[in-house]
Design a protein around this ligand. Structure first.
Ligand code: CA
Length: 467
């Protein structure tokens, strides 16, 4: 009798662990160049831990984000939807008194969705989806938050001289606030990247017995370029100070990834944890980052702006060592996680991504997407000043149109977008042009003024920084 009982107990325990929902760690870097990780070919910057994610899982060589700058790219990632669908077409300003500057409350976040399956959720690092109290992480599906609200931050604790948002008197000063732990401003002593890694490890330590989701949004290697001696010392082979500091900042992220993986292994939950690694947009190319052969950079729709370092691992379910060379997009992360965790529940809004698991398991050999779309909102409020960028990815082809460019490229033949095939393949060009116009009819104009309209916003809101 006793033996049967123990057999049943072991059986039930193993069923339970087999059915356990995977933990999810979504690691987002900021402005990381396509070629600035070892898995995409960097020999200058050392990223052994980040490379391990690709080695033990999948390297997406054609992994895209939905916008070439921080805020809109994050809005797409966090909702699984093209962000212009809900008017998030610009980089938000730091405006803690403005409830309309950020991710609209009509949107369901990835954390909201995972809460439906009782995940414990943690946002760490850069938020940038709204600084108003109604738009902060704890109001958007996260149980815990550690980080800062605006689009960037200084990295050294001694520079965090402002107690809270009420002491911020201009956009750039927001980089100097003390960090938030949930709703409390705290005294922090560590280099920012190290602090974000430490908090992620601690969260894993406290939550390893139930499914969790960590959205770890490092602001590295976004400016200002600041690194500690510990990391700078690894790069004696780089003479240029800008490049060296940038490389050191990437190394700090890599060490954090290593610490997280060690903790997962220590807790026995490594195999059933999905880890994503990507950047929110391409490198800036200001002497810091390297986009390799890709044309363009942060801010534009050439590959260098939107194709990013992108990898994922899930040892329990997905074979390692894969290179997936068909186009996928950050929006697929939401769709994938939803299908894994709550397939029976209808999502609040229409999703624009695809569940990639069948493709990664070899159960579906088609392209995940027939088309991918981008719209770049350079425009000011005056429609006469509107300069709109558009791009469509279709199979091997890329349609791109903006102020300087009107082209069709074959990316499989030429990754660097040089040879314009518009005349030669006019039928494809025309059909993608029409396809873009049709898609753009589903979009909204930006619902708030962005970073480049700082002065205009201040004129319209003279009490922006008064409390
Ligand atoms: Ca960015």
């Amino acid at each position: 009798m006793k033996k049967i009982f123990f057999t049943l107990l072991i059986f039930c325990f193993s069923c339970n662990s087999n059915n356990q929902l995977p933990n999810v760690i979504l690691i987002l870097t900021d402005d990381l160049g396509y070629n600035d990780v070892g898995f995409n070919g960097s020999t200058e910057i050392f990223t052994p831990n980040i490379d391990g994610i690709a080695d033990n899982g999948v390297l997406f060589s054609e992994g895209y984000v939905s916008y070439p700058v921080c805020g809109p790219s994050r809005a797409g990632l966090m909702t699984g939807r093209y962000q212009d669908t809900f008017g998030f077409g610009k980089n938000p300003l730091f405006t803690p008194k403005d409830p309309n500057m950020g991710l609209p409350l009509t949107e369901q976040t990835m954390a909201d969705m995972l809460k439906l399956s009782n995940y414990r959720t943690f946002a760490v690092g850069k938020w940038h989806l709204g600084a108003h109290e109604s738009l902060r992480p704890l109001k958007r599906g996260f149980d815990e938050f550690f980080g800062f609200l605006t689009g960037g931050h200084r990295y050294f604790p001694e520079e965090w001289t402002l107690a809270d948002e009420t002491e911020v008197k201009s956009q750039n000063q927001a980089y100097r606030t003390k960090l938030l732990r949930n709703d409390e401003r705290i005294e922090e002593k560590e280099y920012l990247t190290d602090a974000l890694s430490r908090e992620s490890v601690d969260f894993i330590d406290r939550n390893s017995d139930k499914p969790f989701f960590i959205y770890l949004a490092y602001n590295a290697p976004h400016g200002p370029l600041q690194a500690t001696k510990e990391y700078l010392d690894r790069y004696d082979h780089i003479e240029d100070k800008t490049r060296k500091t940038y490389a050191a900042m990437v190394s700090a992220v890599d060490d954090g990834v290593g610490d997280i993986i060690s903790k997962l292994k220590e807790k026995g939950i490594y195999d059933n944890t999905i880890i994503y690694f990507l950047s929110d947009n391409g490198g800036r190319l200001r002497g810091d980052s390297d986009n390799g052969e890709l044309r363009g950079k942060k801010g534009n729709l050439f590959e260098g702006g939107i194709r990013v370092p992108f990898a994922m691992q899930w040892p329990k379910e997905i074979n390692g060592g894969q290179i997936f060379d068909r186009p996928i997009i950050s929006l697929d992360i939401f769709a994938t996680l939803k299908e894994l965790t709550s397939p029976e529940i209808k999502s609040k809004n229409e999703l624009h991504g695809v569940n990639l698991i069948p493709y990664l398991k070899g159960e579906n050999n088609n392209d995940p997407h027939e088309f991918l779309f981008w719209r770049n909102n350079f425009m000011q409020n005056d429609p006469k000043l509107r300069i709109e960028g558009s791009a469509v990815r279709y199979g091997d082809f890329k349609f791109i149109k903006n102020k300087e460019t009107d082209a069709l490229y074959n990316l499989k033949k030429e990754i660097s977008e040089q040879t314009n095939l518009k005349s030669e393949k006019n039928n494809i060009y025309d059909s993608l042009n029409i396809k873009f116009k049709k898609w753009s009819k589903t979009l909204m104009d930006p619902i708030f003024l962005g970073l480049i309209a700082n002065d205009e916003y201040n004129k319209l809101n003279p009490d922006r920084f008064t409390y």
